[in-house]
Design a binder for this molecule. Structure first.
Ligand SMILES: [Zn+2]
Length: 115
């Protein structure tokens, strides 16, 4: 994350703040610049920036899908919809890799080569 600071008033909390410009990698090689209020922590992104990121994702062949985590016992469960299972040839027992940093978990499901 790349940070550049500038002093102004927050559009959300109305307090004088040093707004930070933050750059997040939303997919490998795709970045979105947002502004974050250092007082309330609220982040916002311009329409142009979001459209640019969407075009970049499309160009690289990414499709983003937001899923809600479920719970089974003590574990959180990520459900993969049936159409994606079928499209990608995923099966029960396939392995999923979780790449974790202090504030993010990326999920990677590599489709196994099967006969
Ligand atoms: Zn604020």
């Amino acid at each position: 994350m790349n940070v550049k600071k500038m002093k102004t008033y927050c559009g959300v909390c109305g307090k004088e703040t040093e707004q930070e410009e933050v750059k997040d990698e939303i997919a490998p090689g795709v970045y979105v610049r947002s502004t974050r209020c250092t007082v309330c922590g609220e982040e916002w992104t311009s329409h142009e920036e979001l459209e640019g990121a969407k075009n970049e994702l499309r160009k690289l062949g990414y499709t983003r899908l937001r899923r809600k985590l479920g719970k089974v016992g003590e574990a959180l469960v990520l459900r993969i919809p049936k159409d994606i299972q079928e499209q990608m040839g995923l099966r029960e027992g396939d392995y999923v890799d979780l790449y974790t940093t202090k504030d993010e978990v990326r999920v990677k499901v590599k489709v196994a080569q099967r006969r």
